[in-house]
Ligand binder design. Structure first.
Ligand code: IPE
Ligand code: IPE
Ligand code: MG
Length: 250
């Protein structure tokens, strides 16, 4: 594959849902003597490039991890910078997002977020609701465990109210109670920044995800990296617990 071109893939080899942990902004900024917040601003531009690149290949669902429920532990300056990035994105890029046919959604907890930011995110969701090019989910103030816990809490409440027979609680029923119930399972998880961990991202949806760890810091990640990861994904054999198709029967 010439990686400057999008890979040409058979439709059944295109990942339906690609999830991205955009890590490495702080190191990228520090290497250049910039503030960590400046790294986050550069990251935003890369995020839009990634959405475009995914759309070009035919990916229908793209989820990006921009702020975790654990990232509140960072300095007030950095947290404010991150909140500012999203406010800026929702304000300045809204028209472009609508024009591109991107259906934007926010997945995360409102806890701790300014009301104006929550309103902006809901506004953008409304403005892009009819977009059909790609579903782009911004995971902001998001934690995978917290999502599972809130789903479990809803199930317990429904059982207590007599609306759910505990016998009927299975994987599909719990999945319907997640914060974004229509999100398909993640097919391909990409993490930039060199760390090889999930950091509490999409724990439920990543049960059978293929994983690509990129050494590059997120602000250095280009559409070519995304295309290469998708092309590699297309060559993998997914087994879901079955035997390899090439196995010789004994
Ligand atoms: C990812 O980049 C963005 C967030 C976690 C908000 P980092 O800010 O974690 O960058 P590094 O890992 O410190 O370089
Ligand atoms: C994961 O990156 C969260 C986001 C990219 C938003 P972190 O930088 O917070 O993860 P850890 O702390 O290295 O595990
Ligand atoms: Mg990091």
């Amino acid at each position: 594959m010439n990686s400057s071109e999008p890979p040409l893939l058979l439709p059944d080899r295109i990942p339906t849902h690609v999830a991205v942990v955009m890590d490495g902004n702080g190191r990228w900024a520090e290497q250049r003597g910039l503030s960590r917040s400046e790294g986050h601003w550069t990251a935003l531009a890369r995020m839009f490039e990634t959405v475009e690149a995914a759309l070009t290949v035919g990916v229908k669902w793209l989820s990006v991890f921009a702020f975790s429920s654990e990232n509140w532990q960072r300095s007030t300056d950095e947290v404010e910078g991150l909140l500012g990035c999203v406010t800026g994105m929702a304000g300045e890029n809204a028209d472009e997002i609508v024009k591109r046919g991107i259906r934007f959604r926010w997945c995360g907890s409102p806890e701790g977020l300014p009301g104006t930011l929550i309103d902006d995110l809901h506004e953008l969701e409304k403005a892009t609701a009819s977009g059909t090019a790609i579903n782009c989910t911004l995971c902001f103030n998001y934690g995978g465990r917290a999502d599972i816990v809130q789903a479990a809490r809803k199930a317990v409440e429904a059982a207590r109210a007599g609306r759910l027979d505990p016998e009927d609680l299975n994987e599909a029923a719990l999945a319907r109670l997640m914060l974004a119930p229509d999100l398909p399972d993640v097919d391909l998880l990409i993490r930039s920044g060199g760390e090889q961990r999930l950091s509490n991202f999409m724990l439920w949806q990543c049960a059978y995800a293929e994983i690509a760890f990129l050494p590059d810091l997120w602000p250095d990640v280009t559409r070519e990296h995304l295309w290469q990861a998708i092309a590699d994904y297309a060559r993998r054999e997914r087994r879901f617990g079955g035997a390899p198709t090439t196995a010789t029967p004994r």
